[in-house]
Design a protein around this ligand. Structure first.
Ligand code: SP5
Ligand code: ZN
Length: 345
C-alpha cells in the first residue's frame, strides 16, 4: 500500500496551545506523532512511503475561501513585520478576540482582527512553518486520493497537521486545511464520494463543507458534542440541508464507550455506506478513540482499532485513509498500523 508523507510536516511544531482556564500547555499535536507512525510502518514491507505529488492550490481553493487561504499563507510573516516594539511573544500568531455570529460581515484590516475572524479557538496557532506544513499535508491527502482513483487500490496519507476541524474559512482544533474535504471534493470528478470520520472529535469542518451537497455523503462517529469539543456541531439531528438534506449523519457516543459498543455503532454507518454506494471512500482516521488517549474519553483498544479497520475494509470500497488526531503519541504508530493492516491486503 502506498503511504504518502512529507517531511514538511515537521516545520509545524507550535510550542503551545491554550487550554480551558487560560492554561498554556505544550501542544499535543506534535511532529513526533508522525515519527512514531513512520517507525511502525517502516517495519512492514507491505507499505511504501512516498512523498506527495504537487496538485497545486486549485483543489484547495475548490474547498476553502480564498481570503482565508491567503490569510493562512501570509499571516505569520505579517505578524513578524508589525509592532516591532511589541512586548508580547511572536513565536505563534494566536488571537484573543473572536467575532460573535451576527458580527461576521466585516473583515477587519488589522491582523489580529483577521486572526480572530479566521481562527476559531486557541488550539490553532500559526507559526512560521504552519502554512507549508498544512499545504504539504493537503497534497499528501490528494496524492492518496489520486492513487485510489487511478488504481482502485487503498492508499494512506500521514496528514499533519490534521484537517477535519477546518471549515471553509476557519482554522481550529489543530486543523488549518481540511485534507479530507479537499481530497473528497477532488474525487467527486470520478463519482459519488463518502467520508467516514472516526476521529474521537466530531468532524465539524467536514460537516460544514459538504452540508448542502448530495454528492459527498459525510458520516462522523465521535464523542457526544453536548459534552465534548467541538461542542457546537456533531449532533444527530444535523443531517444536511437543501440538496444535502439526508447526506450527513452524526453518531455521538457516550464517554467510556468500549469496543463492542463502538463496533455496533460503526455497523450503522457501514449500512449507510453500503446503501449510498460511493465510488470512493475517504476515512478520516483519528486514533484519539484509543483508551489511553490524553484528550479522549472513549475506551477503544488496539484490537478494537484493528476490528474497526477490518469492518470498514470489508466494504471493499477504494479507500484513502487519512490521519487526523491521536495523542497517545508513543502508541500512535502501532495503533495506526493496526487500522491500516486490514486495508493493506
Ligand atoms: C484533530 C483533533 O483531534 N483535534 C482535537 C482538538 C481538541 N482541542 C480541544 C481540546 C479541549 C480539551 N479540553 C480538555 C480538558 C482536559 N482537562
Ligand atoms: Zn480528534
Amino acid at each position: 500500500m502506498k503511504v504518502y508523507q512529507s517531511p514538511s510536516h515537521a516545520q509545524h511544531a507550535p510550542a503551545y496551545e491554550i487550554f480551558d482556564g487560560g492554561e498554556k500547555i505544550p501542544n499535543f499535536e506534535t511532529p513526533q506523532r508522525v515519527e512514531y507512525i513512520l517507525a511502525a510502518l517502516g517495519k512492514d514491507s507491505r507499505y511504501s512511503l512516498l512523498p506527495p505529488q504537487d496538485f497545486g492550490v486549485e483543489p484547495i481553493l475548490a474547498v476553502h475561501d480564498p481570503g482565508y487561504f491567503h490569510f493562512l499563507q501570509t499571516a505569520y510573516a505579517e505578524w513578524l513585520s508589525i509592532d516591532l516594539d511589541a512586548d508580547y511573544p511572536k513565536e505563534a500568531l494566536l488571537p484573543a478576540t473572536f467575532p460573535p455570529l451576527n458580527q461576521r460581515s466585516q473583515i477587519p484590516r488589522t491582523l489580529l482582527g483577521r486572526a480572530g475572524y479566521y481562527i476559531s479557538d486557541l488550539s490553532a496557532p500559526i507559526t512560521t512553518g504552519t502554512f507549508p506544513a498544512a499545504l504539504a499535508s493537503a497534497q499528501c491527502a490528494l496524492s492518496a486520493a489520486a492513487e485510489v482513483a487511478a488504481q482502485k487500490q487503498n492508499a494512506a496519507a500521514l496528514c499533519r497537521p490534521p484537517g477535519h476541524h477546518a471549515g471553509r474559512a476557519n482554522a481550529s482544533g489543530y486543523c488549518y486545511l481540511n485534507n479530507a474535504a479537499i481530497a473528497a471534493h477532488w474525487l467527486t470528478q470520478y463519482g459519488k464520494v463518502a467520508v467516514l470520520d472516526i476521529d474521537y472529535h466530531a468532524g465539524n469542518g467536514t460537516q460544514e463543507i459538504f452540508y448542502e451537497r448530495a454528492d459527498v455523503l459525510t458520516l462522523s462517529i465521535h464523542a457526544d458534542p453536548a459534552e465534548e469539543y467541538p461542542y457546537y456541531s456533531g449532533y444527530p439531528q444535523q443531517t444536511g440541508i437543501n440538496a444535502g438534506a439526508g447526506f450527513h449523519q452524526n453518531y455521538p457516543l457516550p464517554f467510556g464507550t468500549d469496543d463492542a459498543a463502538y463496533l455496533a455503532t460503526l455497523e450503522q454507518a457501514l449500512e449507510r455506506l453500503r446503501a449510498y454506494q460511493p465510488a470512493h471512500l475517504i476515512l478520516s482516521a483519528g486514533m484519539d478513540i484509543y483508551g489511553a488517549d490524553p484528550l479522549g474519553k472513549i475506551r477503544v483498544t488496539r484490537q478494537g482499532i484493528a476490528s474497526i479497520g477490518e469492518r470498514i475494509a470489508s466494504l471493499r470500497l477504494p479507500t484513502a485513509i487519512l490521519l487526523e488526531g491521536g495523542y497517545a503519541t508513543a502508541a500512535l504508530g502501532e495503533n495506526f498500523a493496526a487500522l491500516l493492516n486490514a486495508f493493506a491486503a
